[in-house]
Ligand binder design. Sequence first.
Ligand code: ADP
Length: 269
Amino acid sequence: MSAQGETPISRRLSKVKHIIIVCSGKGGVGKSSVSVQVALSLYASSPNTRVGILDVDLTGPSIPRMLGLDGHPVHQSTDGWVPVYADGGEARLACMSVAFLLKKKDDSVVWRGPKKNAMIRQFLSDVRWGELDYLIIDTPPGTSDEHISLIEHLSPVHSRLSGIVVTTPQAVALLDAMKCISFARTVSLPLLGVIENMSGYACPCCGEISNVFSTGGGESMAKRENIPFLGTLPIDTELVTLLDAAETEQEDDKPTGDEVHEGFRLLGR
Ligand code: ADP
C-alpha cells in the first residue's frame, strides 16, 4: 500500500464510480438473472453509461451464458486482462467471469478459500475495467469466503460500495436473505435495497400476474429492517427462454450496441 493508502485494486478501480454487490441467501432465487437485468437496465439508461459485470460465483458462474458470451476467450494485454464486451464495438458493457478461464464450459472449479481469494483479488486488480459508471458484482449464494474476500479487497474503495439483496417470497428464502442483511450490517455495506424475484406468475398471453406462491414477504422484510424495497419481478417464462437461449456469438458477428438493446429489451425493462 502506498503512502496515500492506494492499493493495486484501488488504482485499478479508480475510474469506477459505483460498485454494487448482488447477494442472495439461497441459490436459485434469481440472483444472477437480477444482476444481469440490473446491468442491462443501467446500460440502457443512457447511450453513454458504461457498465461492468463481474461474476464471482466461482463454482457456478452463469453470467457469460446469460449474456450469450459462453466460450469467449479472455485476452491478456500488457496492462492486464481485457474484459469481454457484450455489446461489440460500443464497449460499454464489460464482463468478466471465471467461466471464461475454464478449458471446457462444464469443467468444475474445486478450490479452497485461499485460491478463491486469490482469484477475486486478481479479478479486481488485473482486469482493465477502465472508466465505468457501475460495476455489478454477482456473488455466490449465502455469505461465504467470496463475500469476505470481496469486502476485504474492496475496503480502500468502501465509500463507493453498496449492495442489493435478492430473495423469493417463500419463508425459507426470506430467512436466508435476513442473513445477507445481517452480513451487510456486520461489514458496514450500505444496502440499496431488496428485490423480490419470482413474485407471482406473469401469464405469457395476457401478462396478468397470479400469485402461485406467497408474495410481499420481501417487501415486509425490507420495511421491518428499514431497508428500501426496490420492487418485485414475476416468474416470467419469456425471461427464462431469453436467458437460456442466449447463443454464443462468434468473434466476427458480435452484436452491435443496438442489437444488444433489442435482444435484451425484455431483460432491461
Ligand atoms: P441464482 O443466481 O440465484 O442461483 P439464477 O439467476 O441462476 O439464480 O436463476 C435460476 C433459474 O431461475 C434460471 O434458470 C433463471 O432463468 C430462472 N429465473 C430467475 N428469475 C426468474 C424469473 N423472474 N422468472 C422466471 N425464471 C427466472
